[in-house]
Design a binder for this molecule. Structure first.
Ligand SMILES: NCCCC[C@H](NC(=O)[C@@H](N)CCCCN)C(=O)O
Length: 460
């Protein structure tokens, strides 16, 4: 049996790392686009008259279809039923379509001045585009998890997942660092230009996935050739959903995930604005400090993944990452700590937290559910998480508009509000406290059920 398994294409280092590179590239483009608007909050206010609440509505649209129309869950079920090739291609195509809608909305002048259901038309359609894109990028995310498990099970699983996340962070870092310069490249600020660059990147990402499809076919063929004729694999059944949602360990990971990520991704959406308002950084440079966060994680996530592969301690890694998250957000909340050097230090610390938890969390899911349920289990975790990714930016936008406006100022010749970020940062720290609690519960559950979260992934 062991002999047979060794004969599949996944045993070729070149093949499995190439597969990882292609799928991760598609995700990197998706992550670039996901955050391309984040550093543009100030420009959106000045150039096309968006308020913080408009911006909050737009960013929260990320979860509209995923959460309310259950698109993510359908995506997970489709993934477990039809496999990574069709699902991944469909997801990449949906990303391109959503991005194109958003580009049209942002660049259109005809939408300005009207509204739909009380939302500015331009905000509404940009949000629809972003919500569509979000279905694609989230389903692509779960597909890539299954892709990595397919190629790396019993091998460098957490390292591979860490590298995929690291490349995704490169996409985020590029968006945070270059979105404003791209918008201003001609000297006249145009936010739609950054969105267009994202659209082009995603078209290339789609092509990369098409290439992946050919390698994946070869892998399946090699697995079929190596498998004894009488060995039937158990297929995913809809009743498996019940098994997933009655699994306590799965719930602890899902809740930890929503809490932890709610204190990171929504924070990033406002981080550029925080740098300007609290730390007095010039708007053109303000995106650079938050962009250090993904840069740090690029090295650290695979590093911690490698440690998990070889030494285990997955549940403990998640606890330490969540503790660090609280420390960072509490320090961000302290009013007199307002020097930009402190902001850099805190972002670096947040980068460590943001490497620890994901490096251990995603490989751990594969230890809690069997492979045939992996797509659906991941989709359900992402679904729970998307409530946070959708609700928290909305909450922070509302809190800022309602409680945190301290005055007005002229930036880049445009009149904008100034904000006190203490309250939003305390809210983020609160998520961190709850995350630590659930990380502990997960560790206890692991001890009871013997998932092996504290054990190495690598089978020698
Ligand atoms: N192989 C799966 C890795 C998941 C990585 C994880 N992504 C998510 O949690 C997404 N649901 C949210 C992506 C939001 C993008 N702005 C991550 O750590 O990025």
């Amino acid at each position: 049996m062991t002999e047979k398994i060794r004969e599949t294409l996944r045993d070729s280092k070149k093949a499995r790392w190439t597969a990882l590179a292609l799928a991760s590239f598609t995700m990197m483009c998706g992550y670039f686009f996901a955050d391309v608007m984040s550093p543009l909050k100030g420009l959106l206010e000045g150039q096309i008259g968006w308020t913080s609440s408009d911006y909050g509505t737009f960013t929260s649209a990320y979860g509209w279809f995923n959460v309310f129309l259950l698109m993510l869950i359908f995506g997970g079920i489709i993934l477990d039923k039809v496999g990574v090739r069709i699902t991944g291609f469909g997801a990449a195509l949906i990303m391109v379509i959503g991005t194109a809608i958003q580009y049209w909305a942002i660049s259109s002048t005809t939408l300005q001045g009207s509204s739909i259901w009380g939302i500015k038309s331009q905000v509404f359609f940009a949000s629809i585009g972003y919500a569509t894109f979000a279905v694609g990028v989230e389903v692509a995310g779960i597909t890539v998890t299954k892709v990595i498990y397919k190629w790396f099970q019993g091998k460098e699983l957490a390292l591979a997942m860490g590298l995929q996340v690291a490349l995704a962070r490169v996409g985020t870092a590029f968006a945070l660092a270059f979105s404003v310069p791209i918008a201003k490249i001609t000297g006249v600020a145009d936010v739609s230009r950054s969105v267009l660059v994202g659209l082009i990147a995603l078209c290339i990402g789609l092509l990369a996935f098409v290439v992946y499809i050919f390698i994946d076919k070869k892998l399946d063929q090699s697995i079929a050739d190596a498998k004894p004729d009488n060995l039937e694999e158990e297929e995913f059944k809809i009743s498996d959903i019940r098994k997933i949602v009655t699994n306590k360990g799965w719930w602890f990971i899902a809740i930890l995930c929503v809490l932890f990520y709610s204190a990171v991704f929504p924070f990033l959406k406002y981080a550029t604005d925080l740098m300007v308002n609290k730390f007095g950084v010039e708007m053109d440079l303000a995106g650079l400090i938050p962009s250090l966060l993904p840069f740090g994680t690029i090295l650290l996530t695979p590093l911690f993944g490698n440690i998990y592969d070889r030494m285990g301690k997955g549940a403990s890694i998640m606890i330490w990452g969540s503790v660090l998250l609280i420390v960072v957000h509490l320090l961000f909340a302290v009013p007199f700590l307002n020097n930009w050097a402190i902001a850099i230090l805190l972002v670096i610390m947040l980068g460590i937290a943001f490497s620890l938890v994901p490096s251990a969390m995603w490989p751990s899911v594969t230890k809690i559910v069997p492979e045939r349920q992996l797509g659906t289990a991941m989709a359900l975790i992402f679904w729970v998480q998307n409530w946070g990714l959708m609700g928290v930016p909305l909450l922070i936008g509302w809190v800022l508009d309602k409680y945190c406006i301290t005055g007005q100022t002229v930036r880049d010749g445009l009149m904008v509000n100034t904000y006190d970020y203490t309250l939003p940062m305390l809210i983020f720290a609160g998520f961190g406290f709850l995350a630590v609690l659930f990380a502990f519960l997960l560790k206890i559950e692991d001890r009871k059920k013997g998932y092996g979260l504290e054990k190495p992934n690598y089978i020698r």
